[in-house]
Design a protein around this ligand. Structure first.
Ligand code: AMP
Ligand code: MG
Length: 349
């Protein structure tokens, strides 16, 4: 399949290109597009065959459900059974934006889209290109991240092209994703709210609308903690091709510990990398040292993480070490992704 690549500016949207992309989606085709979190791989959410194509293009297990993206609150009642009070409150505060909510699904939502579940995940993105595209497609776009299953999520169109060129109909290049980590997911189908995936919208932010937010155990402890509630949580995610280990401890110990491990790898002739911060990057002796940004700048760290993991793959780095981050606020999302990327390999110093 020939993949058409178009560049669209968020500030000056090319309506003709959006119409064309919308027609592809309405006809059951696939279009990758920018959102404020990461790039999405879109298909018509109400067309089961189209969702099937998404799973195949990604190589994604078909029991790992998709998120339906809508362009306005008016679209929500059509795809869910009921809208709990908490959802109105959360939508009022954080939609459009990087928050996904889980509802009981309406009959019109095909099981292909929900990975066989009776519930459905819904999000209203804020990126103007995404919203225009969803409108043009008829209102309901299923869109997981536009990467091959298991790889780091794409934050640049270049990443989508790497993974999806020749596999989908169109890729819209809308520049770098603002946030760089996938949406926060909260389940509203039980009594109260359960945080299933941390993101830019933190637990504290959710608690401004919902009195108590429970956190699914598997988020930081890993799959060993029990059966995951969100099906996607059981799969290996975001992983670079080389081996990644997170090193925790006081800063000087971490630097010393990583450098001594790097020396062993170098002696064995292995290519090494470090995921560092601006404060420490100059102190590591690896083949490739990459800084996520200033340690206190959580936004920068979140935005750069997936790009850096992909860069190590391009450079064919075999052994990587990463500094660790405080798992509070947005740091919870950063550590959640980093731990998954490392397959939960952590060294305490
Ligand atoms: P992605 O689109 O790649 O960011 O992945 C979407 C994730 O949303 C899935 O891996 C699930 O963890 C979660 N999800 C989607 N639908 C549901 C649902 N109905 N119930 C629970 N989690 C869901
Ligand atoms: Mg994904």
């Amino acid at each position: 399949m020939k993949t058409k690549i178009v560049r669209i500016e968020e500030e000056n949207i090319d309506r003709q290109a959006i119409r064309e992309a919308g027609e592809i989606l309405k006809a059951g085709g696939l279009v990758a597009f920018p959102t404020e979190t990461v790039y999405g791989l879109g298909g018509d959410a109400l067309n089961g065959a189209s969702s099937g194509k998404i799973y195949r293009a990604k190589g994604r297990p078909s029991d790992n459900p998709l998120i339906i993206h809508i362009a306005g609150m008016d679209y929500l009642p059509h795809i869910v059974k009921k809208i709990p009070e908490a959802a109105y409150k959360l939508a009022g505060l954080y939609w459009p934006g990087p928050l996904t909510m889980i509802f009981e699904k309406a009959d019109c939502v095909p099981l292909e889209t929900t990975g066989g579940l009776g519930t459905v995940a819904v999000r209203m993105p804020s990126n103007a290109i995404a919203r225009a595209l969803i409108e043009a497609a008829g209102g309901y776009v299923a869109a997981p991240s536009a990467n091959l299953s298991g790889r780091p999520s794409p934050t640049l169109a270049r990443h989508v092209i790497e993974d999806m060129d020749g596999r989908i109909d169109m890729i819209i290049d809308g520049g770098e994703a603002d946030i760089g980590l996938e949406s926060t997911i909260v389940d509203l189908t039980g009594n109260g709210a359960v945080l299933l995936r941390p993101g830019f919208i933190t637990r504290e932010m959710l608690e401004e609308a919902v009195k108590e937010v429970a956190v699914d155990q598997t988020i930081l402890e890993g799959e060993a903690a029990g059966a995951p509630k969100a099906p996607g949580m059981k799969y290996r995610h975001y992983a670079p091709r080389g081996n990644l280990v997170i090193v925790e401890g006081a800063q000087d110990k971490v630097i010393g510990g990583i450098n001594s491990r790097l020396k062993d790898h170098r002696q064995a002739g292995e290519k090494t990398g470090v995921i560092a911060t601006d404060e420490t990057a100059a102190l590591y002796r690896a083949d490739s040292v990459k800084s996520l940004g200033l340690r206190r700048d959580e936004m920068a760290i979140a935005k750069h993480l997936f790009r850096i993991l992909r860069e190590f793959d391009e450079e064919e780095v075999q052994f990587m070490y990463a500094e660790s981050f405080e798992a509070t606020g947005m740091g919870q999302a950063i550590m959640n992704r980093l731990l998954k990327a490392a397959g939960h390999q952590v060294v305490q110093l």
